[in-house]
Ligand binder design. Structure first.
Ligand code: HEM
Ligand code: SF4
Ligand code: SF4
Length: 432
């Protein structure tokens, strides 16, 4: 017998129709959630994204190639996620499992749709089916392992990792999706009773089926139907909740990797035309950042890597680059709410109300945070452009202001008189 299985086997037509209706509903909630975030990014100054797709095919490709390469290598191959102990092992495991299971589900649906359009067309059988079933069966375990390792990480609560109530919902939902997926497979094997390779290519499912038997075919069919629906509900809940949980990083992260302009140590120039047109230097409210910068705030999954490498944070200065990103994200949300209510006066100011001058001046501009961020958020650019505004408003204070004043009056930041310029050489008895 050719190894294969019926798509939607044991699922009546009415349930199949309800399944597609719920799938459409969960995707509509997902699209609405993404649209809400997209509207927030639109508060920023334009990045002329349309320019990217203007011109001939060759020109478009030249423009998008660097971004596409970053997405492929840094998101697709998870290059910037590596090198972080348990967090990395957990993520690579969960990511690999998720991507393979996702690709498997898409292939199954393609096979289903195509075979319904062209009667007799079906690729989900034979050797392909055996490889498909075996890969998905094993990668399901890798996925569950990733979820369990993330749970261990959450229980350990590393100080730099952000904590939100929905974090446990995400991990428990993933675990339940993995476990019910295996249950559906085992119960299907019990009523389908495949033989030969078709039975052996799902080792985990088969092992579970052995544990569940003895069971009559009717019992297996009725339990399969019930668990199939629970599994489907869990998946729809997961899809709908992506834009409302930390999971949104896998949409905004690659988008930011694509649009980011990686250039360590450089700052966007300020032109006189710009200052004359806007009447300010540097951002004073969230709308003065670019659309890409606002999108980058949503890409932050609060992994805490930037905080861990920040020398200012390590020396107990009042600065955490992760906090800066999260505070700006909060300001973006409050600004949108104030504008939607028509209350311009309630738009939060960035300086002091959102981020204090002390925080901004604590940064050593070392770039360690920018270097380590897995989704290339440029925390330093936020900090330095905010500082620019403080300087332009005469807000420079403390040692930085004193050093600049002394440079102006004495030609050195210590305020030493010019006559003492060579005093340090006296002890050296150098001939002049
Ligand atoms: C697209 C590129 C992606 C990047 C660059 C990325 C990056 C990251 C990073 C750096 C973390 C923090 C890991 C740590 O705690 O050290 C994380 C957490 C996580 N990611 Fe991703 N991720 C991506 C895609 C995905 C995908 C496709 C999924 C699966 C659906 C996923 C699910 C998760 C989950 C569940 C967490 C853990 C949340 C928690 O701490 O509870 N990510 N991601
Ligand atoms: S650039 Fe500033 S915020 Fe980033 S790690 Fe260095 S000191 Fe910390
Ligand atoms: S800014 Fe980047 S490195 Fe820092 S917590 Fe967010 S995602 Fe992690």
């Amino acid at each position: 017998m050719t190894p294969t299985r019926e798509t939607f086997g044991n699922i009546p037509l009415s349930s199949q129709l309800a399944f597609y209706a719920l799938a459409a509903l969960s995707m509509a909630v997902f699209a609405w959630g993404v649209y809400r975030r997209w509207k927030l990014w639109r508060l920023g100054t334009s990045i002329n994204a349309r320019d990217l797709i203007a011109g001939s095919l060759a020109q478009v490709w030249r423009k998008i190639r660097p971004g596409a390469a970053r997405v492929a290598v840094e998101a697709g191959a998870q290059q910037r996620v590596r090198g972080h102990g348990l967090g990395t092992v957990a993520h690579l495991s969960l990511y690999a499992g998720f991507m393979v299971l996702f690709a498997g589900t898409v292939l199954l649906e393609i096979d289903n749709v195509l075979s319904n359009i062209w009667k007799g067309f079906k690729f989900h059988h034979g050797t392909y089916y055996v490889i498909y079933e075996f890969t998905l069966d094993v990668l399901g375990l890798v996925f569950i392992l990733g979820v369990l390792l993330f749970m261990v990480r959450r229980v350990r609560k590393p100080a730099a990792l952000g904590h939100r109530p929905t974090d446990w919902y995400v991990l428990l939902a993933f675990l339940a999706i993995g476990v019910t997926g295996y249950q559906v497979e085992a119960l299907r094997l019990l009523w389908q009773q495949p033989t030969g390779l078709g039975a052996q290519c799902s080792p985990v499912g088969l092992w579970l089926a052995d544990m569940l038997s003895p069971m009559t075919e009717a019992e297996a069919r009725s339990q399969h139907f019930a668990v199939w629906w629970i599994h489907a509900f869990l998946v729809f809940g997961f899809i709908a909740s992506i834009p409302f949980t930390r999971l949104f990083h896998f949409i905004a992260g690659p988008m930011n990797l694509f649009l980011a302009k990686p250039a360590l140590g450089t700052l966007p120039p300020v032109t006189m035309e710009e200052v004359e047109a806007t009447g300010r230097v540097g951002p004073a409210d969230i709308r003065h950042f670019s659309q890409q910068q606002l999108l980058s705030l949503d890409a932050c999954m609060e992994c805490g890597r930037c905080e861990e490498v920040c020398p200012a944070f390590a020396t107990e200065k009042p600065l955490s680059p992760k906090r800066v990103v999260q505070d700006l994200k909060g300001a973006m949300e409050k600004t949108a709410a104030a504008l939607a209510a028509g209350k311009e006066a309630e738009v939060p100011a960035l300086h002091e109300a959102t981020i204090s001058a002390e925080t901004l001046w604590s940064c050593t501009a070392c770039s360690a945070c920018v270097n380590t961020c897995p989704v290339r958020i440029n925390q330093l650019e936020f900090i330095l452009t905010l500082r620019r505004h403080l300087v332009a408003e005469g807000g420079l204070s403390g040692t930085a202001a004193t050093a600049l004043r002394r440079m102006q009056s004495n030609g050195n930041p210590w305020g030493l008189p010019a006559a003492e310029r060579t005093a340090w050489t006296d002890a050296l008895k150098t001939k002049t």
